[in-house]
Ligand binder design. Structure first.
Ligand SMILES: *[C@@H]1O[C@H](CO)[C@@H](O)[C@H](O)[C@H]1NC(C)=O
Length: 390
């Protein structure tokens, strides 16, 4: 009995021990699970707070973007208002000053020149007897190159169809460059491809002209002496004192030029100024053979703010600008045949360029202007109309 009792006790003790072990085991598992749960919990709450932070940052950034967008929009609005105002001002100016030239850059200009020159040659004779063209607008421009300093002159031989190009860099030099054609000039490095021509005396200003293989220029110095230089022989062919007293610079914006020589369909002209009529530009017809002055005219065109002038079919066109360079414009004309008056000539605007023109030379065979603007060599193609059609 005692043994049985003992066994029961042992067995129950064993069962109890087994139970305890089971309990311990379950408790350990539960603790482990609890640990993991709390770890998950911790991690999720960390993720959650990170997510919250991130969201806050995003919201703040979006706010900032919104503000930037707002600022940008109001800036754009302000620019728009300003553009409107500028446009209105332009319209007003246009209405005040007549139509502006419709200018496009013509890439074919140089290529066309040769054929144009050939065609015009045929028409030259009738032109001489019936020269009645006037400028209506500037049709195209082409910037060819930049050689040389701010002031100078470039030109074709205006009296022949040789196509030769001459470069006069500066306002008081004695060496010029000759090129066989515009293409030779544009394709050469600087002036390296040109032939140097040495003159016996320096030129003054930018008023020279090349006409039928002769260079006509005003000699630099006290006395205004016209020189005629034979470019083929390299010799002075003739010279004469210009028969005007007390001469003044003819254009207030280019004071280096006293006499501006010009060629047109009818021959050679001199544009100049004297103290006697100091406010206005004067015009004279020059005999290219003898350098004699055939006739002189007073023009109504002021010297003040003039930068250059040229003659087309017996009409002198004076180009004005301002001391702070703005857009050059033909604002005064004088026709020796009295067919064009200032009232019926439209104001012709040049496209905006770098500065002011130091010279503008008209080529009657091509109806082009050879312009020097702050060292740039530019061609302007003129649109013509008949004088009587105005
Ligand atoms: C043109 O003249 C300017 C000064 O007026 C000078 O600096 C420049 O070297 C000259 N250029 C050429 C090609 O002769």
């Amino acid at each position: 009995m005692r043994v049985l009792h003992f066994l029961v006790v042992v067995l129950s003790g064993l069962a109890a021990a087994q139970q305890q072990a089971l309990m311990d085991y379950l408790e350990r598992r539960l603790l482990a699970i609890e640990d993991r749960i709390s770890l998950w919990h911790e991690q999720t709450s960390r993720y959650a707070s990170e997510l919250r932070e991130f969201k806050q940052q995003m919201v703040a950034q979006l706010d900032g973007l919104d503000k930037n967008k707002e600022a940008l929009r109001s800036e754009l609005d302000a620019v728009g208002v300003r553009m409107d105002r500028v446009e209105r001002e332009m319209d007003y100016l246009e209405a005040q000053n007549g139509a502006q030239p419709c200018v496009d850059v013509d890439d074919k200009l140089v290529e066309q020149q040769v054929t144009v020159a050939k065609e015009r040659n045929k028409a030259k004779y009738s032109k001489l007897t019936d020269c009645s063209d006037m400028i209506s607008s500037i049709k195209a421009m082409k910037i060819l190159k930049r050689v040389g300093g701010s002031k100078g002159m470039w030109t074709k031989d205006m009296g022949s169809s040789s196509g030769k190009i001459y470069i006069f860099n500066g306002t008081g030099e004695d060496m010029l460059y000759e090129f066989g054609s515009v293409r030779d000039f544009t394709s050469s490095q600087g002036t390296s491809g040109g032939t140097r021509i040495q003159l016996p005396s320096s030129w003054g200003g930018m008023g020279h002209v090349v006409y039928n293989n002769h260079l006509y220029y005003v000699k630099d110095g006290e006395e205004l002496r016209l020189m005629k230089f034979d470019l083929l022989k390299g010799l002075v062919a003739d010279s004469a004192v210009f028969p005007a007293k007390d001469q003044l610079p003819v254009y207030s914006l280019n004071p280096e030029t006293y006499i501006d020589l010009a060629a047109d369909e009818e021959g050679l002209w001199a544009i100049y100024a004297t103290k006697e009529n100091e406010k206005h530009v004067l015009l004279a017809k020059v005999d290219p053979q003898t350098l004699a002055i055939e006739q002189m005219w007073d023009t109504p065109c002021p010297r003040e703010n003039a930068e250059a002038a040229f003659v087309v079919c017996g009409t002198v066109y004076v180009v004005y600008n301002s001391r702070l360079p703005s857009r050059s414009r033909i604002q005064c004309v004088f026709d020796v045949s009295d067919m064009v008056t200032n009232d019926d000539a439209p104001i012709v605007y040049f496209p905006k360029r770098y500065g002011t023109h130091s010279s503008l030379k008209y080529s009657p065979l091509e109806q082009l202007l050879y312009a020097w603007d702050d060292g740039y060599q530019i061609l302007y193609k003129l649109q013509m109309k008949k004088k009587l059609e105005v």
